[in-house]
Every structure is written in C-alpha cells, then in structure tokens.
Design a protein around this ligand. Structure first.
Ligand SMILES: *Cc1c(COP(=O)(O)O)cnc(C)c1O
Length: 402
C-alpha cells in the first residue's frame, strides 16, 4: 500500500479542501487502482510471528483485525480528518454508534453532561435513559441560550453535547459562545455536525473539541449505507475513543466505508447545490404556511447567528401547518414527487412528520419541550429541479387548504 503522492512527506495537509475531498486518504495497492479498493477481510496474515507481536505491542504500524482496523476504513478516516481539519478521526457503524461512543468513551459514573434539548430523538434517548442507568446525569437545556449552558454547569460537568442546526427544529447553537463557556470550565464540547457537514460549517475552527457525524446523511449523500464518524485531537481519539471502540465493537464494514469515501468526493458540490435548492423551496413554503423554520431565511430568529458560522444554511428545514397529525399526514399522502421518508441528506427530496417518526421514541412532554409539534413537517431537499419540488408542494398544500 502506498499513498498516491508525496514520496518524502505528507503533502495531504497542504492540499486545499476540494483536493482533500477526492484524494485525501487514498492508499493504492500494487495494482495501482485509481478508485480506492474495498478490502473485505476480517483478519490479516503475517510473514512471521514477530510481526503480529510488534503490532499488538504498538511498536509497528499495520493491520491486526478488522474490528480494530481495515485499509478501506482507514482511508475513509484519513479523508474525513483531512476535510474536517482534525488531527484524527474514527468511523463507526452508524451515526448513533458515533454519538454513543463520543459520549460514553469519556464519561464515568458520577459525571454530568449538558445536552441541547433540541436533538435527534435517539440522542436524547441516550442522554435521558441510557446514561442515567450508569450513574451519569444529564441536563437538557435550551441550547439557543448561552446563559442556560453556563447555568447548568456543576462541579462534575464533563461534556457539553449539541447539534446545530438541530433536528428537526433547526435551533442554532452559538458554537463560539458555548465552546468558550465550556473551555473556561475544562468541559469537552461535542458537536453533531450532520446537518451542515464540513462543507458548510467547521466546528473545530469555532472552538469545538469533538465533531461527531451521522455520515449516513450528506457525507454518504445518496441514501445507501449507514455510517458514523468522530473527529478530534489525536489525544482524544487515541486515548479516549479508540480503547472504547476497539473493545466494544461498533465497527464500520469496509464496503460501507468505501461508499462513504466515494460520497465525500462530491459532498461539497451536493451540500452547496442542495442548500441553494432548499432556500428556493423555503422561500415558496414561507408564503403558504403559518411558520417556517429555516435558518437561511431572515424570518428565522437566529438567521444572523447561523450566517456568522455557516457558509449556507443547509438543505433540511421544517415548517408547521395547521390541523395537527391528521393534516400533516394528509399533506404527505398528497405528494407525488417528494418521497415520504424519515431519512435526510439524500439527493432525492424526502419529507417526514417527526412527531410520529424520528421523534416518536421520546415522550410527548420532551417532544413539546423541544418544540416538535404535531403540526411540524420536515423536508430534506435534494438535487431535483426546485421548480418540480415547488409544483409538488403546491399541490400537496392545496389538499390541506393552504
Ligand atoms: C440521522 C442522524 C443521527 C443518527 O445517524 P444514524 O446513522 O441514523 O444512526 C444523529 N444525528 C443527527 C443530527 C442525524 O440526523
């Protein structure tokens, strides 16, 4: 295996982002393949007994077992780290495996975590149900209020966890402000950057310590496989995350790693174009419904903050209609082009009713506290012609009297 370029030094860190996206982490076998190879193997063989001994002792770099490392997976980790501007990255089998690992790898019984209340449903299940079972307390705050983060700090607070923009309410967290509060108290910040990706928002540059991803979404980009990623300092990844991951096994399969690796090559193009399409669709929807939650629109209360930390506001947004679950389902059922799907970040536009799908595993009270109402619909805008999406929405809105 060898890198495609840079015989005498690692030149990948000198490359600009677009170059990193298509060439970062490419290691070629002796066959000289242009597309990265998929190494479907669980184990590795050695020329002599001393080699595995040296590798297990950490004295020699090399593969030992695919729960710990695999060449296709390593290529993906290198590429993501390069795109994120992180010292290191490890990938996991899903976004939730990444979120769970990012929390559990650094928390112990007696510790306390603060989480922004608006978050992906399963993330709140982990903070509200799983962590307390192991003696880790979690406090959910209105993440939009910097003072709420500061007020929630206790002597045993170890982690701040937030998602921005948040799913599905599109709350924006002031990354610079919240990370500065954390830093002053030696608290580690973890930012779930799935909705924006490194193409639109760079949390590490804004002060975050750890960036976690559902790579399933825009990174993979075409709705094929699940994957997760955690990026941070080499120290955090190697001393905290890696021992947890190696021994608990949320490993990403080589084929899935390869799919995401190829997705990253077009991520920036897709993220920018889908964000542009989303803005066009949101401008149309805003005129027709009582409430539109899209940080890219000046009507969003945190529009200025969003634009100060994001290149564009992303491709996913929510809106509220009147008439609750019945009307929301009727609108979805009237769609002819946009798919009814609870996934996001696909090239195909997808729509869902969060209260009855992605956020159904949390209690109605927690849901209400987050701002996820029965009137809410979420759309993930893809790469179709936005005029066709608008035609489809126009028709569907009329069926519910809007
Ligand atoms: C989808 C998603 C996750 C979970 O990712 P999976 O790959 O489905 O496990 C976590 N956070 C956010 C913001 C997401 O959108």
């Amino acid at each position: 295996m060898k890198r495609t370029t840079g015989q005498n030094r690692d030149i990948t860190r000198e490359w600009r982002p677009a170059t990193r996206a298509v060439r970062g982490g490419t290691w070629r076998s002796d066959w000289g393949e242009t597309s990265e190879a998929i190494y479907v193997t669980s184990g590795y063989s050695y020329d002599d007994a001393e080699t595995p001994a040296a590798r297990f002792a950490g004295e020699q770099v090399g593969m030992t077992y695919s729960r710990t490392q695999n060449p296709s997976v390593q290529m993906l980790e290198e590429r993501i780290a390069l795109l994120e501007g992180a010292e290191a990255c490890r990938v996991q089998a899903s976004g939730m495996a990444a979120m769970t690992a990012a929390m559990l790898c650094q928390l112990s019984a007696g510790d306390h975590l603060v989480v922004a209340r608006a978050a992906f449903g399963p993330t709140r299940w982990v903070t509200d149900n799983l962590l307390p079972r192991f003696g880790i307390e979690a406090t959910a705050v209105d993440g939009r209020e910097n003072e709420a983060w500061a007020a929630a700090i206790r002597p045993n607070t170890k982690v701040f966890f937030f998602e921005t923009p948040a799913n599905p309410t599109l709350d924006i967290i002031d990354i610079r402000g919240v990370c500065a509060i954390a830093k002053a108290h030696s608290i580690t910040t973890v930012c779930d950057n799935a909705f924006a990706t490194s193409a639109l928002q760079r949390p590490l540059d804004l002060g975050a310590d750890v960036v976690a991803y559902a790579a399933t979404k825009l990174m993979e980009g075409q709705g094929r496989v699940l994957a997760g990623a955690v990026c941070g300092s080499a120290d955090f990844i190697n001393t905290k995350l890696l021992p947890f991951q190696r021994n608990t096994g949320p490993t990403l399969a080589p084929f899935n790693a390869w799919v995401v690796l190829k997705g990253l090559e077009t991520m920036e193009l897709r993220a920018l174009k889908q964000a542009e399409n989303a803005l066009e669709v949101a401008r149309f929807i805003e005129k027709r419904v009582p409430r539109t939650l899209f940080p890219g629109l000046p009507s969003h209360p945190q529009h200025n903050l969003a634009m100060s930390q994001m290149k564009m506001a992303g491709s996913i947004f929510s809106f509220e209609i009147a008439g609750g679950r019945k009307a929301a389902h009727a609108l979805l059922n009237a769609l002819e082009l946009i798919d009814i799907s609870n996934n996001v970040g696909d090239t195909k536009s997808l729509m869902t009713h969060p209260a009855s799908t992605t956020h159904s595993s949390i209690t109605p009270e927690v849901r209400a506290g987050m701002g996820v109402s029965e009137d809410m619909l979420r759309i993930s805008v893809g790469l179709e012609d936005p005029a066709d999406l608008i035609d489809d929405l126009d028709r569907a809105l009329k069926t519910v009297g809007l």
